[in-house]
Design a binder for this molecule. Structure first.
Ligand code: FEO
Length: 395
C-alpha cells in the first residue's frame, strides 16, 4: 500500500502483495493480500505500527522515505507473526533510534523468531498509554486473534483502532477504505473462517473490548480499512454467534471412480428437495478456504469418501482434520461413501472429529450404489432435515 494520509499525521505505509497465492503454505489467497503498516507523526515522537512481510521490506522503506521520515522513535509490534514483524530488524537498522514497543508475550516471540536484542524493547501493559506529543497510543490486549500475544492500539485523539489481523481480509486493493462492503465481505468472512474461527469464544470477548471504545476507523493489518466500523463488527458478531446457524449441509466429497460422487449428488439433491441448503465441495480440486468459509454458518458437515487402502481418502481425512481444527459451530457430522472390500473409513473420520457434535449413522455402500442404496441416501437426507428441525435451525 503506497504512503497515503488516513487522517492528518497518520499514514498508511505498508505494501500490497498482488501476487501472493498462498499463506502459511495452507491458505489459498485468490485475491492476494496486503501487509498494512501505519505511520503516526505526533508533535514530539513518531511511531510505526507494525511492519510488513520480509518479501516487501523494500516497499515499506521506500514509503517511509517518501513520507520524509528521518527518525522513528517507536515500532509498535501488535503481533509476532512474520508477515507483520519480519521487517522489524531491517527497520531497526535503518532507524537506529527506534525501539520496539510491545507486550511481554510478544517480546518473547520476537526474541525467539527474529533475535531482536533485549535493549531494543519497551514493554507495555494492557491499557497503558504512550504519548507522541499531540497524539496518544493506548495499548489494548486482544489475545488469540489469532496468536496469544496479539494486541490492538487505539489512537485516542483520532479514534482509530489498529487491530492487526483482527478484522483483516486477504485482499490486494489500492483502495484504502472498504467503500463497497459487498466486495470486502467475502474476503473478511474467508479470513475469519481460516484464522479466527478456532478462537470464536475469545473473539466474542475481544469484540466487547472494541465496542466499549469510541472508534471512527478500524485499521487492520490486511485488506482495506473500515470508516464505518459497525459493518465489520456486526459481521463478526454474526459469525461468532451461536444463534446464527444456517439450515445448510456442507458436503465435502472425493470420488475415485464415480460411486461416491453419485451418493454425494443424490444426498445434495435430496436435501435440496427437502428444503435444506447445500454446499457441495470437491475436496481434491476445490479451494480449501471456500470450504472453511462454508463452515462458518453451516449446521451439518458430511464427508463423502471412497475407502482407499482400508481408510478414507487422504483429502477427506485432511478436510475432517481441518474442520476439527477450525472449530465451527456446526451441530451434526456424517460420513458417506463407497467401498470395495471393507475398511475403517467411518471409524477413522469419526475418531478424527472430536468436536461436540452429534455424529450421524455412517452410510457406506459396497461398490456402485443401486436403487436401494440411493433410497438409503434419501433416508439420510430425511434424518438431517429432522435434526435441523429438532435443533430449531429449520422450520
Ligand atoms: Fe497477518 Fe497472524 O499474521
Amino acid at each position: 500500500m503506497p504512503e497515503i494520509e488516513i487522517v492528518k499525521g497518520v499514514y498508511s505505509v505498508g505494501a500490497i502483495d498482488w501476487d501472493r497465492t498462498i499463506f502459511d503454505e495452507l491458505i489459498p489467497l485468490p485475491e492476494g493480500t496486503s501487509y498494512n503498516a501505519y505511520l503516526i507523526k505526533g508533535s514530539e515522537k513518531t511511531a510505526l505500527i507494525d511492519t510488513v512481510d520480509p518479501t516487501k521490506t523494500g516497499a515499506l522503506l521506500a514509503n517511509l522515505k517518501k513520507a520524509g521520515v528521518e527518525r522513528i522513535d517507536y515500532i509498535v509490534a501488535s503481533h509476532a507473526e512474520q508477515d507483520h514483524s519480519g521487517s522489524i530488524p531491517v527497520v531497526l537498522e535503518a532507524y537506529p533510534d527506534a525501539v520496539v514497543v510491545t507486550n511481554a508475550k510478544c517480546k518473547g516471540f520476537l526474541t525467539d523468531l527474529l533475535h531482536i536484542p533485549e535493549e531494543k524493547f519497551v514493554e507495555v501493559k494492557d491499557g497503558e498509554e504512550l504519548s507522541l506529543g499531540d497524539k496518544t497510543l493506548r495499548f489494548l490486549f486482544t489475545p488469540w486473534v489469532h496468536w496469544p500475544e496479539t494486541m490492538s492500539t487505539y489512537l485516542v485523539e483520532d479514534k482509530i483502532l489498529f487491530t492487526c489481523d483482527f478484522f483483516g481480509s486477504h485482499l490486494a486493493t489500492s483502495k484504502l477504505f472498504a467503500e463497497d462492503h459487498h466486495d470486502v465481505y467475502t474476503g473478511a468472512k474467508r479470513y475469519y473462517a481460516e484464522i479466527m474461527m478456532p478462537f470464536r469464544s475469545i473473539v466474542k470477548k475481544n469484540l466487547s473490548i472494541v465496542e466499549e471504545l469510541d472508534v471512527n476507523i478500524i485499521a487492520p493489518s490486511h485488506g482495506p480499512l473500515y470508516r464505518n466500523p459497525e459493518f465489520i463488527i456486526n459481521a463478526y458478531k454474526d459469525w461468532v454467534s451461536d444463534d446464527t446457524i444456517e439450515n445448510m449441509a456442507v458436503i465435502g466429497y472425493v470420488s475415485m471412480h464415480g460411486s461416491t460422487r453419485i451418493m454425494a449428488d443424490r444426498l445434495a439433491s435430496s436435501l435440496i428437495e427437502k428444503g435444506v441448503h447445500v454446499h457441495l465441495f470437491n475436496l481434491v480440486t476445490g479451494d480449501i478456504g471456500e470450504f472453511a468459509m462454508s463452515l462458518v454458518d453451516a449446521a451439518t458437515l458430511i464427508i463423502a469418501t471412497p475407502t482407499v487402502l482400508s481408510g478414507p481418502h487422504p483429502a477427506a481425512l485432511g478436510a475432517t482434520y481441518l474442520a476439527n481444527a477450525l472449530r465451527p459451530k456446526m451441530k451434526f457430522f456424517g460420513v458417506i461413501g463407497s467401498y470395495g472390500w471393507g475398511g475403517r473409513t467411518a471409524d477413522i473420520l469419526n475418531g478424527t472429529l472430536t468436536l461436540k457434535v452429534e455424529k450421524l449413522e455412517p452410510l457406506l455402500i459396497k461398490g456402485l450404489p443401486n436403487e436401494d442404496g440411493l433410497k438409503m441416501v434419501d433416508g439420510l437426507a430425511e434424518t438431517i432435515k429432522q435434526k435441523h428441525i429438532e435443533a430449531r435451525i429449520m422450520k
